[in-house]
Design a binder for this molecule. Structure first.
Ligand code: GCW
Length: 683
C-alpha cells in the first residue's frame, strides 16, 4: 500500500528508457569484501535501490571493468587508491562521484576518505537515478558545510511528544534495549540519506530519568543501530539531575560535588556509548531548572557540563531560548540581553543553540539578533520542523522557504559593517564569518509512529529540506522541493511543476491567513492551533496575543523602534536603521517593528487596514488554489496519498477561512472600522 512509509527512499521501477540507460551504466558492483557495517549498509542500500529502480541487481565483481560501479576508500579498496583521486578536500564526511576510465573501460566511482562518506555518496548516487539524471559526465564533489546536523526530538519517556503531531515517539522505551524495532534502522537510513549525523533522543523539557543507568542502556541500544549510518546519539540533560537522581542537595555548577557527579555521569554514558555526542540543555527557561537557581550564569552552567564532556570530545548545546516572567523587557529582546554580555565566556565545546527568530517559531519572524552578535561564542541554529505554529500536521506548509529565508538573512555584521557582503546567517552557523571551531544546526523533529512518519506526506518534505540545507545551506528551497517531489511521487514535469509551485507558495499563504505583515503569536493559548488574537487574561503578559499585536482604536503593531522597546538596536547599525524606519522596513516585518495608524498608506496604495484584510483574503485564496491544483494532479498520484492530501487541504481551506474571519472580526471590533470596500463578508 502507498502509505508513505518509504518516504523519499521510494525505489519504484523507472520508465523503461531510464532503466535500460542505467543498466548499461551500472553493470557490476565492486564493493570491498571485508566491509565495515557502514560499507555493508551502503552496499545493502545500493542493492535495494537498484533492484527497485532498475528491476535487477548488477553482478558483484572483484575487478572494475566497463560499467562497473566502484565504492570505497583508499584504505579499503586498492582500485580506488590506484585512481589517486583528489580526496583530501572532502574531509571526514564528504564524497566524490565521478566517471573514470580504467584500462578495462569506463566506470563510475563513489569514493571518500571514510566509510560514512561512501554511504552518503551512495545515497546521492541513488538520488541521481530517482531524479532521472544523466550519468554521462558525472563529476560530483560534496562535503557538508556544517559539522553537527541534528534532529532534536521533543520526545518524552512515556512516548508522548511535545508539539508532535505524528503519533507517539518512535522510541519504544519499555521494550528497549532488548527489542530493536526495525523502524529504527529505517529512521537511520532516511536520516543518513540527507546527511543528518546526530539525534537528540529526548525532550528539552527533560526528565532526569533519561540519565539513569536503565535509560542509558536503552539509548546505547539505539546508538548501536544508528552508528553504521553515521548518526550519533545525544541526550537532553536536566540541570537539576544531580539532585533528582544523584542524591545531592544542590545542582550548583560551582559546587565540586556537582561537578564530580556530572563527570562520573559522562564517564558512565561513554562506557555504554563510546561515541556519545553530548548534551542539549534548556535551562532557566519556561520553568526549567538552571544555574541561575544558584545565582550562577548560563556560562557557569554550560562550562561545567563542557568540562565533564571534554575528555571525550563531546559538545554541550546550550539553548538561548530564554525569557522570564519577572523580566519586564520586551520578550523579543531578552535572549540577546542575557547572552550578548557572555560572549567569549563559553568553553570551546559549548555551542549556543539559537532559534531562528527572537520569539518562537512563528510563521514569519526576522532573524534572531544573536546571529552576528556573538563573534567569540560558537552559535548554532535551531529550526522547527514540526509545525507548532503552522497548522500542525494537516496544513500543507512547505518550510524549505522559511529555512532558506533565515539562512539567507543578511546580518550585516561582517568586518566592513556594511550589508550585502555575505555576512548571512548561513555564514555565521557554518563558522566562516567568525571562525567558529564548532558548528551546528538542529531541527525539532516532526517524526512519530504514524505510518507516514510525519503526519502527512507533505510534512516529509520539511524533514527532507532540513537535512539537505543542513548539508548545504546554499541549496534553493525550490530545487529541494522539486527533488523531493520527483523522489516521492513522480518525475513527470506536469506533476512536478504545479506541485512545486504549490509548495513554494504555501508558507506565504500561511503567513497571510494567520499573521500577515509582521504580526505574530496570535494562536490559541497553550495548544497554538487556530486564532485567538483576543486573549488578554493570561497571568504572564507575554503569553497574551494582545501583547503582540497591540491593536486599539488608533492602530496596530509592536513599536520596537527607539521610541518603543528599542529592540531594533540589537541588530547591526545598518539593519537597525532599516528596521527602525517605517518607510524602509520590509512590509513582511512592518508590524513586528512598528505601531502604525490604521490608515497608514501602504506600497499597494491601500491603507494599512485594507492591506491587512487583503492579505487575509489572499491567504485564503491561495489555499483554495492549492486544493484546486492538487485536484488536477489526481492522475499522477496513487489513491491513498492523493486522498489524504486532498482531505487535508479541505481542512486547511476551512481553517484558513476560520483564521481570516476570526481575525478580521476581532480587528474590526477593536478598530471600529468597517470592512474595506470590496472585501468579502465572512460566511
Ligand atoms: O515553542 C515553545 C513550545 C514549548 C517548547 C519551547 C521550547 C519544548 O511551545 O512546547 O518546549 O518552545 O522551545 O523550549
Amino acid at each position: 500500500a502507498e502509505d508513505g512509509y518509504e518516504l523519499w527512499l521510494r525505489y519504484r521501477p523507472l520508465e523503461a528508457e531510464w532503466r535500460s540507460t542505467y543498466r548499461e551504466a551500472v553493470r557490476s558492483l565492486v564493493v570491498p569484501q571485508s566491509g565495515s557495517p557502514t560499507l555493508r549498509a551502503a552496499r545493502g542500500e545500493l542493492l535495494r535501490g537498484l533492484e527497485g529502480l532498475l528491476g535487477a541487481v548488477p553482478a558483484s565483481a572483484r575487478e572494475a571493468g566497463e560499467g562497473a560501479l566502484l565504492l570505497g576508500t583508499p584504505e579499503t579498496s586498492a582500485r580506488i587508491a590506484d585512481l589517486k583521486l583528489p580526496l583530501k578536500p572532502l574531509g571526514e564526511e564528504g564524497y566524490l562521484i565521478r566517471r573514470v576510465d580504467t584500462d578495462r573501460g569506463a566506470a563510475i566511482v563513489i569514493a571518500a576518505n571514510s566509510d560514512i562518506g561512501v554511504l552518503y555518496g551512495t545515497f546521492h548516487f541513488l538520488r541521481l537515478l530517482q531524479t532521472r539524471t544523466a550519468l554521462a559526465n558525472l563529476d560530483i564533489v560534496s562535503r557538508p558545510r556544517i559539522q553537527l546536523r541534528l534532529l532534536n526530538h521533543w520526545d518524552n519517556l512515556d512516548r508522548s511528544v511535545e508539539r508532535g503531531y505524528a503519533g507517539q515517539s518512535l522510541w519504544d522505551w519499555w521494550r528497549l534495549p532488548d527489542y530493536l524495532d526495525p523502524r529504527y534502522t529505517d529512521y537511520a537510513r532516511a536520516n543518513a540519506s540527507i546527511g543528518i549525523n546526530g539525534t537528540v533522543l529526548n525532550n528539552v523539557n527533560a526528565s532526569a530519568d533519561s540519565l539513569t543507568s536503565r535509560y542509558i542502556a536503552k539509548a546505547a541500544a539505539l546508538a548501536d543501530v544508528f552508528r553504521p549510518y553515521g548518526i550519533r546519539v545525544y541526550l537532553s540533560a536536566r540541570f537539576s539531575a544531580p539532585v533528582e537522581i544523584g542524591g545531592l542537595d544542590t545542582a550548583d555548577p560551582l559546587e565540586p560535588a556537582v561537578r564530580a557527579w556530572w563527570k562520573a555521569k559522562a564517564a558512565e554514558i561513554h562506557a555504554a556509548i563510546p561515541d556519545f555526542g553530548g548534551f542539549l540543555v534548556k535551562a532557566n527557561s519556561e520553568g526549567q531548572p538552571g544555574p541561575q537557581d544558584y545565582g550562577r550564569s548560563h556560562a557557569d552552567g554550560a562550562n561545567m557540563l563542557a568540562e565533564a564532556l571534554r575528555p571525550y570530545g563531546g559538545a554541550v548545546m546550550w539553548r538561548a531560548f530564554v525569557y522570564s516572567d519577572t523580566n519586564p523587557e520586551d520578550r523579543a529582546k531578552q535572549a540577546y540581553s542575557e547572552f550578548k554580555p557572555l560572549d567569549g565566556r563559553f568553553a570551546d565545546n559549548v555551542i549556543l543553540q539559537v532559534k531562528n527568530g527572537p520569539i518562537d517559531f512563528q510563521p514569519r519572524e526576522p532573524f534572531h539578533p544573536l546571529f552576528g552578535a556573538m563573534p567569540a561564542t560558537n552559535l548554532m541554529l535551531e529550526l522547527q520542523i514540526t509545525k507548532e505554529y503552522l497548522g500542525f500536521d494537516t496544513h500543507l506548509v512547505y518550510l524549505g522557504t522559511l529555512f532558506e529565508e533565515v539562512l539567507d538573512a543578511d546580518t550585516c555584521a561582517g568586518s566592513s559593517g556594511r550589508c550585502g557582503e555575505g555576512a548571512v546567517v548561513a555564514s555565521v552557523i557554518d563558522g566562516s564569518l567568525h571562525g567558529y571551531r564548532r558548528t551546528g544546526i538542529a531541527g525539532v523533529a516532526n517524526i512519530g509512529t504514524d505510518r507516514d512518519w510525519s503526519g502527512s506526506i507533505f510534512n516529509q518534505a520539511n524533514w527532507y529540506a532540513f537535512g539537505r540545507l543542513a548539508w548545504n545551506p546554499d541549496l534553493s528551497a525550490r530545487s529541494i522541493a522539486e527533488e523531493w517531489l520527483r523522489m516521492t511521487f513522480t518525475a513527470n514535469k506536469r506533476f512536478v511543476a504545479p506541485a512545486a509551485g504549490m509548495m513554494l507558495r504555501s508558507r506565504q499563504a500561511a503567513v497571510d491567513y494567520m499573521t500577515p505583515l509582521g504580526l505574530a503569536h496570535l494562536m490559541g493559548t497553550d495548544h497554538h492551533y487556530g486564532p485567538a488574537p483576543w486573549v488578554d487574561h493570561l497571568a504572564r503578559p507575554e503569553w497574551n496575543p494582545v501583547y503582540y499585536h497591540r491593536a486599539d482604536r488608533e492602530g496596530i503593531g509592536f513599536d520596537r523602534t527607539a521610541e518603543g522597546t528599542g529592540a531594533v538596536s540589537q541588530y547591526a547599525p545598518p539593519l537597525a536603521r532599516r528596521f527602525g524606519n517605517r518607510n524602509a522596513v520590509p512590509e513582511d516585518y512592518l508590524l513586528w517593528f512598528h505601531h502604525l495608524p490604521w490608515d497608514y498608506p501602504m506600497a499597494s496604495g491601500r491603507d494599512l487596514w485594507a492591506e491587512l484584510v487583503h492579505r487575509y483574503d489572499r491567504g485564503v485564496a491561495e489555499v483554495r488554489a492549492m486544493a484546486e491544483t492538487w485536484a488536477g494532479l489526481e492522475s499522477f498520484v496513487d489513491a491513498e496519498r492523493f486522498y489524504k492530501t486532498a482531505r487535508f487541504l479541505e481542512i486547511q481551506k476551512r481553517e484558513a477561512r476560520w483564521w481570516r474571519d476570526a481575525s478580521i472580526a476581532y480587528f474590526r471590533a477593536v478598530s471600529g472600522r468597517p470592512l474595506p470596500a470590496g472585501a468579502r463578508e465572512p460566511a
